[in-house]
Design a protein around this ligand. Structure first.
Ligand SMILES: Nc1ncnc2c1ncn2[C@@H]1O[C@H](COP(=O)(O)OP(=O)(O)O)[C@@H](O)[C@H]1O
Ligand SMILES: [Mg+2]
Length: 401
């Protein structure tokens, strides 16, 4: 049995979630469903958060960006160290700490152009104007390894990118590990961006794709119109009315035209996009604006599923997770949109607390990395083969002197 720590800071940028899980391997040698022990969230210090928000919009210099990578690493390190101290964990108790880093930018692959580069003769052209995916995560892991004296695995996406995969979303590995005994089942994580996975006992039948906005536009409207972080339980949206003109404009987003596996990033539905339609529709009341973007999140999730999951009739459960599950109005609208025969539930029912599923995912991915177990799902990400995702940083205590 291994004790593993996972950290996550997602596209909502609402804090750093830290979890401790216990992982046993199943009879097939792969990790079994992880046992959740404890989870806690830590805030980004405001001074650091402000710089990250600027980085999201490409509004800091390369020199500031360099420093930000270390700053973010220090924030992860303080969260992990505080969690270990509060939990009574010492270096050596924890097999590994896993986190991806804060994504500040992500470019998806252009799938229909990938075959031109498949022979691998010209690697440079894959990225020099080529179709391969790339992304950037910040939060220097050396600072975490030094502060916690524990191995740290980060940056899970680049190896999938190197194999032509999307590298995002990454939830499919946890879903395979946790639900291969009960699949096929759909999972849905509603963070800033929402993603959906088809978890299947046969990895070659799995799928993963972003569905579009989860909370990102709801949070943005709340920040601009109310100076608040989110619409608590969806109460403001519930009191508003959907504006059909704005809804039609949102439904026309190019995102829906991209084939799966596909990923969305903040630039697709981020503050520049939201500011533009908020200006065009500034005659709408705040409640109506919120009702509309909340309705659109439910619509985008459902449309992405019905457009892309061809075997929906074989699936009876969709298991939701992420902070969006706490928006009761969003969950009501989602249930109203769900195709008949698909039961909407939350992952807590299966022992995975909804708010911490993303952090648990990074714990399981890192456990696989240090045990050299394949932790990508090629069928879901579009990668050309199995691989070990994640980069390992060794702690000072392992130095042989
Ligand atoms: N009580 C609540 N009511 C409504 N929305 C909530 C509530 N709690 C959390 N959320 C939403 O969940 C988001 C955080 O979700 P999370 O899963 O952490 O996303 P990410 O992975 O993108 O960081 C918040 O930004 C907010 O929109
Ligand atoms: Mg979060």
């Amino acid at each position: 049995m291994a004790k593993v720590i996972g950290l996550n800071s997602g596209s909502s940028f609402d804090g750093i979630d830290v979890v401790l899980v216990e992982i046993n391997n199943g009879p097939d040698g792969y990790p079994a469903r992880p046992k959740f022990i404890k989870g806690k969230s830590y805030d980004w210090p405001k001074a650091v958060g402000d710089i990250v928000l600027k980085a999201f919009e490409n509004k800091i210099s390369l020199f500031e960006f360099n420093r930000l990578n270390y700053l973010a690493g220090a924030v992860y390190a303080e969260s992990a160290r505080a969690f270990m101290q509060e939990t009574g964990l010492k270096p050596g108790d924890v097999e590994v700490i896993g986190y991806d880093g804060q994504t500040v930018y992500q470019e998806p692959p252009v799938h229909d152009r990938l075959p031109e580069y498949a022979d691998g003769k010209d690697l440079v052209s894959r990225w020099l104007g080529g179709p391969y995916a790339c992304g950037l995560q910040i939060g220097e892991p050396s600072i975490v390894a030094a502060a916690c004296d524990t191995p740290v695995v980060t940056h899970f996406r680049p190896m999938d990118h190197a194999l032509g995969g999307t590298g995002a979303p990454l939830m499919q590995y946890l879903d395979y590990v946790a639900f291969r005994d009960i699949g096929p089942i759909l999972t849905l994580n509603i963070g800033g961006i929402a993603n959906c996975q088809l978890a299947h006992p046969d990895r070659s039948k799995m799928m993963a794709f972003d569905t579009g906005p989860g909370n990102v536009m709801i949070d943005h409207v709340m920040r601009v119109r109310y100076n608040q972080a989110y619409d608590t339980n969806g109460e403001r949206a519930r009191s508003g009315k959907v504006d059909e003109k704005l809804m039609a404009k949102l439904k026309d987003h190019d995102f829906f035209k991209r084939p799966v596996p596909r990923s969305a990033w903040r630039l697709d539905f981020g503050s520049s996009y939201a500011d533009a339609f908020m200006e065009e529709f500034d005659h709408l009341s705040s409640e109506d604006m919120l009702a509309t973007v909340t309705e659109f999140a439910a619509y985008a999730i459902t449309r992405s599923i019905t457009d892309n999951v061809k075997t929906l009739n074989e699936i009876s459960t969709i298991m939701a997770s992420g902070g969006g599950t706490r928006n009761a109005y969003l969950m009501d609208r989602l249930a109203a949109y769900m195709p008949t025969g698909l039961r909407l539930t939350v992952s807590d029912e299966f022992g995975i607390p909804a708010a911490f599923k993303e952090a648990i995912k990074f714990a399981v991915l890192a456990h696989a990395t240090v045990n050299q177990l394949a932790n990508n799902i090629p069928a879901a990400s579009g990668a050309s083969g199995f691989a070990i995702l994640g980069k390992l940083v060794q702690p000072p205590c392992l130095a042989k002197v």
